[in-house]
Design a binder for this molecule. Structure first.
Ligand code: 7TS
Length: 413
C-alpha cells in the first residue's frame, strides 16, 4: 500500500525517496510534478552515474590507451547493450546514439530518406504526430519531390485505421507513426500498422519518445524498421537518445555526419567508413549522457515497466474520473487505448493562465500545443493543459491538481 492508500505493486514511497528533486517546495507549496511527458525527473542512480563518470572516469571513448578511457568506453558500450536488451534488438550494431528522438528522425530522413525516397513517392504519417515526426519529412519531401500524406484521427484522438489503410499504396515508402501520443495519450496499434505498411513494401519508423517509459517494446516481435526515443522521458539525462534500425538498413545507409570516430581510414582521395553503429556516431559523443541513459534503463527495468504502467493507469483512471466531474472541463484525447496523459481545456480559462495559476499552487503541468499543432487544429483549440503521470506520482498529487484547478475556476468565474 502506498501513502495515499492505493493498492499498487510499486512501493511509491520508496520510489519517491530516490528522486531528490521531488522533495522541495515551490511558492511555499510541495512540488507536484505532473509534466512528465515534457521530461521526467531523474532518480539518484542516474545522477550518481553522471557524477561517477565525471569524478572517476572522464575520458574520451574508443581512442584512449589509458585506464580512464578504457573504463569510459566500457561503460559507454555497456549502456548500448542495456538499450539493445530493453528493445530486444538483435545486435548492438543496431543501436545508434543520437541527441534524442528528434535527431534520430532527422538522421533517418537525411540518410535513408534521401537515398530511398524520390519524386512521386509518398511518406504517410498521422494527424497526431509531434512536430519532430512531421517537419523532417516535409523537408525531405521538398528536397526530393515526394509527397507527405496524413492519416486522420477521430474525435477520440485515435488513428482512423481504415482511412490509414486506404492511404497506403505502392507509392508509400515510409510510414512515420507515434507509438504513444504526447498530446493525447493515445497508444497506436503499431503491430497492425507495421503489418499493413509492410504489405505494400513501406518501411515503418515508430516515434517512441513517449512510449518506452510506459510500455514494453520488442522491436523484433514488432518487426519495426526504425524506432526512436529520448532518454530524458525515461528518467535519463537530456541530450541523448537512440535510433534503432535494422542492421541491413543501417548497412545500406550513407553516413549522416562526417568526422572523427565514424571512419576506418581517411585519405584525401577517399574515406572508408567505420563499422556499425559507429558509422553514425561522428565526433565525441555525449558520453556522460549515454552512461546516465544506461543507469536509467537499469532503474526502469529494476522498478518494472509493467508495474509502473499499471500504477500510471490507476492514476490516469482516477484523474479522468475526477476530470469528468469538473464543470466546463473537456478532455482532449479519449482513446480506448491510452496512457499517462490527461490533456484538457476548461471553459473560460486559457490553458496558459491555468498553467500559471497551478504553478503558484506548486503544481507543474504543461500548457500549450505540445509541439503537435495539427492536433490542436483538429480539436479547434489553441492549446490544452496537460497533466502527465510517472512512476513517482500519487493520488494525493492528483487531488492537489484538482484543488488547484478548482481555485483557477473560482478566480475566473
Ligand atoms: N516525439 C514525441 C511523441 C514527443 O513527445 C517528443 C517530445 C519528441 C518526439 C521529441 O523529443 P526530443 O527529446 O527529441 O525533444 N515531446 C515533448 C512534450 O510533449 N513536451 O515537451 C517535449
Amino acid at each position: 500500500m502506498s501513502v495515499d492508500g492505493t493498492d499498487m505493486n510499486l512501493n511509491i514511497d520508496a520510489i519517491r525517496k530516490v528522486f531528490p528533486i521531488l522533495h522541495q517546495q515551490v511558492y511555499g507549496k510541495p512540488l507536484v510534478y505532473l509534466d512528465n511527458a515534457a521530461t521526467t525527473q531523474k532518480p539518484q542512480p542516474v545522477i550518481d552515474a553522471l557524477r561517477h563518470y565525471y569524478e572517476r572516469n572522464n575520458a574520451n571513448v574508443h581512442r584512449g590507451v589509458h585506464a580512464l578511457s578504457e573504463r569510459a568506453t566500457a561503460d559507454y558500450e555497456g549502456a548500448r547493450e542495456k538499450l539493445r536488451a530493453l528493445l530486444n534488438a538483435a545486435s548492438t550494431r543496431e543501436i545508434v546514439f543520437t541527441r534524442g528522438a528528434t535527431e534520430a528522425i532527422n538522421l533517418v530522413a537525411a540518410s535513408w530518406g534521401r537515398t530511398n525516397i524520390g519524386a512521386g513517392d509518398e511518406i504517410l504519417i498521422s494527424e497526431m504526430e509531434h512536430h519532430s515526426d512531421i517537419v523532417p519529412w516535409q523537408m525531405l519531401c521538398e528536397q526530393v519531390g515526394a509527397k507527405l500524406i496524413v492519416a486522420p484521427i477521430n474525435d477520440a484522438g485515435e488513428l482512423m485505421f481504415d482511412t490509414f489503410e486506404e492511404k497506403l499504396s505502392e507509392r508509400t515508402k515510409l510510414v512515420g507513426m507515434v507509438h504513444l501520443s504526447n498530446a493525447l495519450g493515445t497508444i497506436n496499434p503499431v503491430d497492425k500498422i507495421i503489418a499493413k505498411a509492410h504489405a505494400v513494401g513501406a518501411k515503418v519508423l515508430l516515434d517512441g519518445a513517449q512510449a518506452l517509459a510506459h510500455l514494453n517494446v520488442d522491436v523484433q516481435a514488432l518487426d519495426c524498421d526504425f524506432y526512436v526515443t529520448s532518454a530524458h522521458k525515461m528518467y535519463g539525462p537530456t541530450g541523448i537518445g537512440i535510433l534503432y534500425a535494422k542492421e541491413a538498413l543501417l548497412e545500406a545507409m550513407p553516413p549522416y555526419q562526417g568526422g572523427g570516430d565514424m571512419i576506418a581510414m581517411v585519405t584525401f582521395e577517399k574515406t572508408q567508413y567505420n563499422a556499425l553503429p559507429y558509422k553514425f556516431e561522428a565526433g565525441t559523443p555525449n558520453i556522460a549522457g549515454v552512461i546516465g541513459f544506461g543507469a536509467a534503463v537499469d532503474w526502469l527495468c529494476d522498478t518494472g515497466i509493467d508495474a509502473i504502467a499499471a500504477h500510471e493507469q490507476r492514476l490516469l483512471a482516477y484523474a479522468t474520473e475526477k476530470a469528468l466531474n469538473v464543470e466546463g472541463l473537456t478532455i482532449i484525447g479519449t482513446a480506448a487505448d491510452k496512457a499517462t496523459v490527461l490533456s484538457f481545456t476548461i471553459d473560460g480559462v486559457h490553458p496558459h493562465d491555468l498553467g500559471t495559476i497551478l504553478d503558484r499552487e506548486g503544481v507543474a503541468i504543461r500548457a500549450g500545443h505540445h509541439c503537435a499543432m495539427p492536433v490542436m487544429q483538429h480539436f479547434g483549440v489553441p492549446a490544452t493543459a496537460r497533466a502527465s503521470f510517472a512512476a513517482y506520482n500519487t493520488q494525493a498529487e492528483i487531488n492537489a491538481l484538482f484543488a488547484a484547478l478548482n481555485k483557477a475556476q473560482e478566480m475566473f468565474a
